[in-house]
Design a protein around this ligand. Sequence first.
Ligand code: PLZ
Length: 452
Amino acid sequence: MTVNSAHDLAGRREVVTEVPGPRSRQLQERRHRAVARGVGSALPVYVRAAGAGLLHDIDGNTFVDLCSGLGVTGVGNAAPDVVAAVRGQVSEFTHTCFLATPYEGYVAVCEELADLTPGDHEKRSALFSTGAEAVENAVKVARAATGRAAVVVLDHAYHGRTNLTLGLTARNNPFKQGFGPFTPEIHRIPASYPFRDPAGQTGEQAARRSLEALERQVGGENVAAVVLEPILGEGGFIVPAPGFLPEIARWCAEYGALLVADEIQSGFCRTGAWFASEHEGVVPDLVASAKGIAGGLPLSAVTGRAEIMDAVQAGGFGGTYGGNPVACAAALASIGVMRRDDLAGAARRIEQTLLGRLKDLQSRHEVIGEVRGRGAMIGVELVRPGTDEPAPELAQRIVAACHARGVFLLTVGTYGNVLRFLPPLVIPQGLLDDALDVLEECFAQVAAGGAG
Ligand code: PLZ
């Protein structure tokens, strides 16, 4: 590969200034005068370059990346194949609008989606730019195809920040506060949250309890779709108890409601399979994907059964940028890398390393309530010792201590108390091991009462 990209920058974790460093702090001041307060940044170090598991900032610090730009750069940042495909495409044409004059890349991405998403039935796809747009369009499809209005979502769900998807999202602050009213006919049912559910409750029991309430309150025959994340992402990397997803799928089939899997964060090899629904053999009617699909370029999709997707009238889908040619080229290159380098296998290896090391850490620290997740999507839920009370301040202290030492990870979860491990799937083993060594030090330091 002749392309030069930051992907291949040799490097290791290195902190040479305070974090954030002086240049980042200067930029941060500039930012405060220009960028709206509502837009946050978890770690305000300004990035200069990024590669396969490393973030290089403008102060000369290098961080191990356990975030992947919120689960986007699974193939790595500036991945050489993606860079080459994007360069090739931008020099041919940057945009026509598929609604005006089409191009092959769009069709090819939809063919890949038909091939890769669960189920071997005939499928159709429509492309958009953001995850929220994909979810929003999946709801449109479900309503058009069923002629019903009600949409059912889970507690702890996150589906986006547009008005409809905020309505679907569970958490009020900071996502929804002040932004309502939201659209009607959204109904929320309890999720399966094994760490917090009654001991011994099976996934099927959790689903039955939620669905019985739904039948009483809404009526199964009024439900257009159940929209769910097969692994709850922003809600805290919650893996439902086995049997929960299959029971919801069974119920949807019984009532003629559609099962919409929001695989925006869990899709494209992230959990050790192409899509997380596969772990329980669930075949959703519609799949929303985004994030990992295109190596950092904005692209999203709704993929589903041909007859359901085609219930939408000609011209019923659109958007100026949906399926932009540069984003499609990036997606085709990213999918090629995932296939060629077996990144689902890579995610399973990351899972082994993370679960092994983190469960070992759990055996030594009472504040670790649960270690959970699949593939390269692993969460560590922190609690006050001897209880299941969330410990968000502790999570913040651990994360701050990691940042100061050059390991970039975030917290996640409804209660803000889950450490979030979401590394690029191509992260070298050495970097992952190093980041976990640092994490152990941070736990020891924080446990000993040290400052972050
Ligand atoms: N569905 C499952 O994880 C995006 C949110 C970042 P967009 N998650 C990151 C933030 O705080 O805004 C997400 C997701 C799931 C939908 C979305 C929305 O995708 O591309 O951010 O619109």
